[in-house]
Design a protein around this ligand. Structure first.
Ligand code: NAD
Ligand code: MG
Length: 380
C-alpha cells in the first residue's frame, strides 16, 4: 500500500491524482490540502477518508471542521496545516499540485522528512531549485516529475546517465496563438487565451501556455530536475502534443515519449515509479494518419519565453522575480485590467527594476516575491 498526501487536491492536477487513486486498491490518501473550496474538500474527505484535511483559508477550515465533525478526520488551517500535511509520518509520497511559490515550504518540509515528491508545482523548482535539489540529494529523496514534458524526459532517460545526454528537446504545443504575430495579439480576450488546443488545465497555467511563459518555466524546471546546462535544452514547437518531449544522446539517437494528452499518465507514473501499471483510457491510433510537425518557437511574438531563459541565465533571484511578476500579470489579465501583450512587458519591467541577489534563501525568495507583487501593484 502506497500512502499519499496531496497539496492542492481540489485543482486540476489534484483531482486527476484522486481519479488515479480511485482506480487503484494499493493507493491510500492520508492527507488532502487545498486553498479555500470547503464543499469540494468536504466531498473529497468523505470519499477518500484521509487522516488530515487542510484548508489554507482559516474561516473555510473552521467551517470544514464543523462539517466533518462526524468523521473523525482532523482539520487544520494555514501554512501550519500545509506543513503538517507535508510531514505526516505515514505518508510515502507527497504530490505537490498547488500553484505558486506557496509550495516551497511544504515541499522542503516533506523532503526533510524523507518523503518522495511527485512534483507538479513547477514554481517551486523555478525559484528554489538551488535549495531543493541538493536537499533532495542529501535526503536521498526522488523528485518525480508530474509535468508531462518532464515526465517524458524522465521516461526517455531510462537507465542512461546524465553524461550520455547531449540535449533535452522540450516540446511545446505553441498554445492557442501558435503562428500569430504581435499585431494579431493586441486584442486577445481572456476567453480566447483560456482555450488551450490540447490540454485542459487550471486557469493560471492555461494563460501561461498561451504566452509560452509556461515553456519558459519548464526550461528552468528541466535545468534543475535533470542537472543540465541551459544550452542543452531546446524548445521544439509540436502543435499535436503527441510527443511529450525527447532526449537526444551523444551518439545522435533521439528517444521520444508519446501518448495522448492525459495528465493521469505522468501522475500515475510518478506515483508508481519505477513500475508501470494499467491506465484506463484511449490509445494513440497508428492506423489513422498521424501527422507530427515541428517548428521553432517565435521568441519575438512570445518574448515571455525569451525572458525566462534570460532570467535562468542570470540565476539567483531573477527566476523568482520572473515568476512572481508573471503571476501578478496573469492575475491582472484575468481580472481584465491589462492587455494580453502587457504580460511579458510587466515581467520585463519587474526584472529590469530588480537588483539581483545570488543564492537567495527561502525567506529571501518569499520576500522578493512580496516586493515584486508590491512593485506591480504600485503601478497597476
Ligand atoms: P489549479 O488552479 O487547478 O489548482 C491549484 C490547487 O492549489 C487547488 O487545489 C487550490 O485549492 C490549491 N491552492 C491554491 N492556493 C493554495 C493555498 N494557499 N494553500 C493550499 N492550497 C492552495 O492548478 P493546476 O492546473 O492543478 O496546477 C497545479 C500546479 O501544477 C501548477 O504549478 C502548474 O504549473 C502545474 N502543472 C499543471 C498541469 C495541468 O495539467 N493542470 C500540468 C503541468 C504542471
Ligand atoms: Mg507541461
Amino acid at each position: 500500500m502506497k500512502k499519499i498526501g496531496i497539496l492542492g487536491s481540489t485543482g486540476s492536477i489534484g483531482t486527476q491524482t484522486l481519479e488515479v487513486v480511485r482506480e487503484k486498491e494499493d493507493l491510500k490518501v492520508i492527507a488532502l490540502a487545498a486553498g479555500s473550496n470547503v464543499e469540494e474538500l468536504e466531498r473529497q474527505a468523505r470519499e477518500f477518508r484521509p487522516k488530515l484535511a487542510v484548508l489554507y483559508n482559516e474561516e473555510g477550515a473552521a467551517l470544514l471542521k464543523e462539517k466533518l465533525k462526524d468523521t473523525g478526520i482532523k482539520v487544520a488551517a494555514g501554512m501550519e496545516g500545509l506543513l503538517e500535511a507535508a510531514t505526516l509520518t505515514e505518508t510515502d509520497i507527497f504530490v505537490t499540485a498547488i500553484v505558486g511559490m506557496i509550495g516551497i515550504r511544504p515541499t522542503i518540509a516533506a523532503i526533510e522528512m524523507g518523503k518522495q515528491i511527485a512534483l507538479a508545482n513547477k514554481e517551486t523548482l523555478v525559484t528554489a531549485g538551488h535549495i531543493i535539489m541538493p536537499l533532495a540529494k542529501e535526503k536521498k529523496v526522488d523528485i518525480l516529475p508530474v509535468d508531462s514534458e518532464h515526465s517524458a524526459i524522465f521516461q526517455c532517460m531510462g537507465q542512461n546517465g546524465r553524461e550520455e545526454v547531449e540535449k533535452l528537446l522540450l516540446t511545446a504545443s505553441g498554445g492557442p496563438f501558435f503562428g500569430k504575430k504581435r499585431k494579431d495579439l493586441m486584442d486577445i480576450t481572456v476567453e480566447e487565451a483560456l482555450k488551450h488546443p490540447n490540454w485542459s488545465m487550471g486557469k493560471k497555467i492555461t494563460i501561461d501556455s498561451s504566452t509560452l511563459v509556461n515553456k519558459g518555466l519548464e526550461v528552468i524546471e528541466a535545468k534543475w530536475l535533470f542537472s543540465v546546462d541551459l544550452e542543452q535544452i531546446q524548445v521544439v514547437v509540436h502543435p499535436q502534443s503527441v510527443i511529450h518531449s525527447m532526449v537526444q544522446y551523444q551518439d545522435g539517437s533521439v528517444i521520444a515519449q508519446m501518448g495522448l494528452p492525459d495528465m493521469k499518465l505522468p501522475i500515475q507514473y510518478a506515483l508508481y515509479y519505477p513500475e508501470r501499471k494499467y491506465l484506463r483510457g484511449d490509445r494513440l491510433n497508428f492506423n489513422q494518419c498521424l501527422q507530427l510537425t515541428f517548428d521553432k518557437p517565435d521568441l519575438d511574438t512570445f518574448f515571455g519565453l525569451k525572458l525566462a531563459i534570460e532570467a535562468a541565465r542570470k540565476g539567483g533571484s531573477a527566476p523568482t522575480v520572473f515568476n512572481a511578476a508573471n503571476e501578478k500579470a496573469v492575475q491582472l489579465f484575468l481580472d481584465r485590467k491589462i492587455q494580453f501583450l502587457q504580460i511579458p512587458e510587466i515581467i520585463q519591467w519587474a526584472l529590469e527594476s530588480h537588483k539581483l541577489i545570488d543564492n537567495p534563501s527561502v525567506s529571501q525568495i518569499l520576500e522578493i516575491e512580496r516586493e515584486t507583487y508590491e512593485l506591480i501593484k504600485s503601478r497597476w
